[in-house]
Design a protein around this ligand. Structure first.
Ligand code: NAP
Length: 329
């Protein structure tokens, strides 16, 4: 049996976190009838977050998965179509672009927005996984506020670890930075700032081997890698700051990536291929916030919409099928 013929869409959005779904809300209100290839699991990093207290418009706070449900309902309301699938292959060498999404099928698109995000790296300890969202976090900006007056630990030796440790001293009574080597890779300035902070202590050549606690973090078992000795460190929270992995593997070779695997962009949302736009943490490794990702999703949708309108002009290179008039906002 031959494979079903590809479907054709004006705009395909890959990813369903705050960036992808905001792009979908804007694009569907602009009559582009976007298809979102949502990814499995869908919804992005907020699906793993409990209380979100810094998303504007929710003064009482909101659970991460509920916030993403609302984004999705809003996108659906204006006609966004969803495929619950991962993109398995792309061809951006000519237009229409082509994206394969396993059993869901293949789609040809006039324009694409990549909003696949980035995933925080974890220590991969079962005890860490059990307590994620219950005292184990990968985002000090998001969760630091919940740890007023507590002793905390940060794992990592890069800029994020130094920055997060310093930030956490606004709330914590003390922060211990635990790093597996005896030297940091962080920039001199961020390391010096952390070292000068009287609330920050350091455990070098050490690794966390277990996170203690049932419903909240009560301490860590920390192994000294020089002596092999394991000690308990009594802390009320653990912040893992060992880097992020952008979800760009499927775009390798199709779009330009930087040395860490993030999408390279110019003019904020434009990737190395004209007509393919980017939004959110897949290229923004600086802010990494739901609200900044949503803002970038909005920008990518507006840029894609304007680009499609330009392409529909008869004189445009790579002229594509008729485009709608720019939407009134
Ligand atoms: P990073 O530079 O890759 O550092 C990750 C750290 O985590 C390293 O010290 C690494 O140890 C450690 N690590 C990795 N896997 C580990 C594991 N399984 N167990 C224990 N430790 C582990 O990541 P980042 O700090 O998130 O920074 C990412 C990029 O963003 C960098 O280019 C950084 O300069 C930039 N950034 C800049 C700023 C700023 O300028 N304000 C702030 C944040 C981030 P080893 O050192 O032993 O490899």
């Amino acid at each position: 049996m031959s494979a079903p013929a590809p479907v054709r869409r004006r705009l395909v959005i890959v990813g369903s976190g705050p960036a992808g779904l905001t792009a979908a809300i804007y694009a569907s209100r602009a009559n582009l009838a976007p298809l979102v290839i949502a990814g499995v699991p869908s919804g992005g990093q907020l699906m793993l977050t409990s209380d979100v207290e810094n998303y504007p418009g929710f003064p009482e706070g909101i659970l991460g998965p509920e916030l993403m449900d609302r984004f999705r309902a809003q996108a659906k309301r204006f006609g966004t179509e969803f495929w619950e699938a991962n993109v398995t292959r792309v061809d951006f060498t000519h237009r229409p672009f082509r994206l394969e999404a396993g059993l869901s099928g293949t789609v040809e698109a006039d324009a694409v927005i990549v909003a696949t995000g980035a995933n925080a790296r974890w220590l991969d300890l079962p005890s860490e996984q059990k307590l994620r969202g219950k005292g184990v976090s990968a985002c000090a900006t998001c969760d630091g506020f919940f740890f007023k007056g507590k002793e905390l630990a940060v794992v990592g030796g890069g800029d994020s670890a130094m920055e997060e440790a310093t930030f956490l001293t606004k709330f914590a009574s003390h922060v211990t930075v635990i790093h597996r080597r005896d030297g940091f890779r962080a920039s001199r300035i961020l390391e010096s700032r952390a070292r000068a902070n009287p609330k920050i202590g350091f455990r070098l050549s050490s690794e966390v081997v277990e996170v203690l606690g049932t419903n909240s973090v009560e301490g860590l078992r920390v192994k000294d890698l020089t002596t092999g000795k394991v000690e308990t460190l009594p802390v009320g929270g653990l912040f893992v700051a060992i880097g992020h992995d952008p979800a760009t593997e499927v775009f390798r070779g199709a779009l330009e990536l930087d040395e860490h695997g993030y999408l390279k962009t110019r003019d904020l949302t434009r990737t190395s291929v004209e007509g393919v736009f980017a939004a959110g943490d897949v290229y923004d490794h600086r802010y990494r916030q739901a609200v900044s990702a949503a803002g970038l999703g909005c920008m990518a949708a507006l840029d894609a919409e304007h680009w499609l309108v330009e392409q529909a002009q008869p004189h445009a290179p790579g002229h594509v099928a008729s485009a709608p008039a720019p939407s009134a906002r």
